[in-house]
Design a protein around this ligand. Sequence first.
Ligand code: ATP
Ligand code: MG
Ligand code: MG
Length: 429
Amino acid sequence: SYRKGGYHAVRIGDSFSGGRYIAQRKLGWGEFSTVWLAYDTRSSEFVALKIQKSAPQFAQAALHEIEVLSAIADGDPSNSKYVVRLIDHFKHTGPNGQHSCMVLEFLGDSLLRLVKYNRYKGLELDKVREICKCILIGLDYLHRELGIIHTDLKLENVLLLSTINATQDPIRSGTPPILERPEGIPNGGATMNIIEKKLKQRARRAAARISGRRASMGGVGGGAKTNRSLDGIDLKCKVVDFGSACWADKQFAQEIQTRQYRSPEVILQSGYSFSADMWSFACIAFELATGEMMFTPKGGQGFSEDEDHLAMMMELLGKIPRKIANGGARSKDYFDRYGDLKRIRRLKYGSLEKLLIDKFRFSETDALEFAKFLCPLLDFEPENRPTAQQCSQHPWLNITSQNQTEVKSESGMEKVNVGMRNLQIKAGK
Ligand code: ATP
Ligand code: MG
Ligand code: MG
């Protein structure tokens, strides 16, 4: 893809926008772009530089993304809404053409990385709550204040404010920025390797510094590789990737959302709105808490992926009301007039609560409470789903986990006892 119309090849130390930004290392890439950690010499801060492929359709897509990101930044001057901030944008001409570039605030690892890091075990519910709160503030802002539907919420598109591995984080590791292309190294294929080696050395030295500092705090740099503690990782996060976002009153795509996070109204093509994001949000919350996706449909003999998906939804959440099943442009492909799936006849009905207990070993209370939070978001009738604002008021978000309450009250008792004993001793004296 590094050809005309494709990605722009970047070398560490390359400068952009008249020398303002200097490439430090690659952060990631997508279908449309490569994303680089860059140093902003004007603000003396690290930023993320997203360099779009140069072909016209990518330039068009970037223009749209910039429009959405600008509206987001304009509406939130204090940058407090848990949505990624656009800092700047410009065009960069290279051998493969002219590339739209977006400068975004530098964020950390995605929630997918976090779940992988946690070995797909599912995060503690208190951590899930913290993440959910951030996403809901972001969604409420997008939906209610801006009228924007994200349309592609998933774990990859929510980034932590800090990185899991402190050595990867130029701010926490205190690694000084690279200000020019390292000298004495010839250009060409080998360049990156040599520079990357040097950078790794430097990161290792920084890591040693950090682990020295943090070992006693049980932080991420603390060494205990097997433990995988999430202590010390600030679990605040932001919503990113507005490449497919749209205004509710200016939609262009019929088929939105990544498969596993896709809502029933999108599958049935009965029209969608903000509530489609709320469905995906529920899928995210479930995945964080269990380590597994809620729905992983596969096509099979005699039925499609869509039909499998609808069947899985009904097995977990109950039958789709006939009016809804038959209300979409695609309904006739999947449902008969009684609202039963045409090609998947026998469903194994269960419930979210039961699944959480049986498969994921939730306690009954945890399962009941979490299911009470999720189920309204997974209502087949989009209009019935709570809005982000309503959802953010849900009592589940303010529960402190049972364990904690027990531990707290136990230690509380202990303190009382100790205090009384002390008093008695004092009194006795
Ligand atoms: P997609 O195919 O997902 O639409 P894309 O080309 O639009 O990809 P993004 O998803 O925006 O690109 O970014 C690609 C990757 O770069 C992300 O998955 C993430 O790892 C990294 N990244 C993006 N933005 C940031 C940021 N602000 N801070 C840190 N890393 C980022
Ligand atoms: Mg993406
Ligand atoms: Mg994108």
